[in-house]
Design a protein around this ligand. Structure first.
Ligand SMILES: *Cc1c(COP(=O)(O)O)cnc(C)c1O
Length: 379
């Protein structure tokens, strides 16, 4: 069997044609495709505004920036995530305060959030782990009670639903990524989805140096030269040809999600009798979109031995994630005692991600499962 990566993009000829069309035109960046992509995402999700940028990380950065929190404020977040969730808090001179997770969904545990609240807490930044929405009602209730902003890192969760509504309609700002392993791709890219018009105007400036006029308003014979820099923004602009790719990919998002769901259910079916594997949980009020398929190995199995065994059989297993506080930058700059995160520690020790991407076939899943099954005999 050829190497099966844990995730990868699916780009077809139609996508490529759309990109070529833009490359042959006048605008290759900050042109009409950016707005079209943003509008299409809003229509898909049902939100009012969206701001496209050059990565999910940039989207997180400007989303946090736009809330304008006092220096040194605390933002409660999950340790079991890609480090960008937490980095975006640190970029903005704020302090990430990690809160333990729930074992079943690996999402931040609302009861743990409550224990972490102090006078300095100003926001909660939560992740919809693997594409399974977090406990949004409970988190929203805490935010109301303590007057906190909500940042939803939905980089795993494009198209996911919580109690019948699409992710992108709950937090003050919701962030998506279009990295190649995510549901749709623009190469690199990201988006902030939101409902507030003032935040929207600010986010557009933050992606473009903090400048109050967009490229289109400053182009042409009669355009005035003047503009103002209102915020300390960055250059986080995404190109028009990337947005053409994103727009074309977005047309296929439902197909991609259905394929992922089909493969995940096949894994669940084939793995249910494997005694050393604990399957992922799906709460009945959510639509899970399966960015990744993670299982927990039995205590008797050494995860790293299993990892190497699978890799040697050309299976691109992975680990999501090394807890953020374990990385050396974090342990040097923030004092965090792993003993305070028993669930995160246990999940990290036992978790493994099996390959899942929409172009995988039934045979690939069967090969992964039969190989996993053969591990016990190999010991
Ligand atoms: C992918 C991802 C990001 C960052 O997205 P990029 O587009 O790679 O910058 C942030 N948070 C989570 C949870 C992610 O999975």
């Amino acid at each position: 069997m050829k190497f099966i990566p844990y995730g990868r993009q699916w780009i077809d000829d139609e996508d490529i044609e759309e990109v070529i069309k833009i490359l042959k035109g006048d605008w290759i960046t900050t042109g009409p495709m950016v707005k079209k992509f943003e509008e299409a995402l809003c229509t898909y999700i049902g939100c009012d505004y969206a701001v496209a940028v050059n990565s999910g990380t940039s989207a997180l950065d400007i989303a946090v920036h736009s809330l304008n929190l006092p220096r040194g404020s605390e933002v409660i977040t999950t340790p079991l995530t890609f480090v960008a969730t937490s980095n975006s808090i640190v970029y903005n001179n704020l302090k990430p305060v990690f809160s333990d997770i729930s074992k079943d969904t690996r999402n931040i545990d609302p009861d743990e959030i409550r224990k972490k609240i102090t006078k300095k807490t100003k926001a909660i930044s939560y992740v919809d782990f693997a594409g399974h929405p977090a406990d949004i009602d409970e988190i929203t209730e805490i935010a109301r009670e303590y007057n906190l902003y909500l940042i939803e890192d939905a980089c795993h969760a494009l198209g996911a639903e919580y109690k019948g509504r699409k992710i992108g309609n709950f937090a003050d700002v919701t962030i998506f990524s279009f990295h190649p392993v995510k549901h749709i791709t623009t190469g690199e890219g990201g988006m902030v989805a939101l409902h507030d018009e003032d935040l929207y105007e600010q986010l557009k400036m933050l992606r473009n140096h903090g400048i109050d006029k967009e490229a289109g308003e400053r182009y042409g014979k009669d355009a005035p030269y003047a503009y103002d820099v209102k915020y300390l923004g960055r250059n986080y602009r995404i190109t028009d040809f990337q947005c053409a790719l994103g727009l074309s990919q977005l047309k296929k998002v439902e197909k991609f999600i259905e394929k992922r769901q089909h493969l995940a259910h096949l894994y669940n079916e084939l793995l249910k009798d494997v005694d050393f594997i604990e399957l992922p949980v799906i709460k009945e009020y959510t639509t899970h979109v399966w960015h990744i398929y993670t299982v927990l190995l039995d205590d008797s199995i050494n995860r790293d031995t299993f990892f190497n065994y699978m890799r040697n059989k050309n299976i691109g297993v992975n680990v999501h994630y090394i807890p953020v506080y374990k990385h050396s930058y974090y342990s040097k700059n923030f004092t965090v005692d792993p003993k305070h995160y028993p669930v995160t520690e246990e999940v990290f020790k036992r978790t493994i991600t099996l390959p899942l991407h929409p172009q995988m076939e039934k045979e690939h899943v069967e090969y992964v499962v039969s190989t996993a099954n053969s591990f016990r005999k190999s010991e």
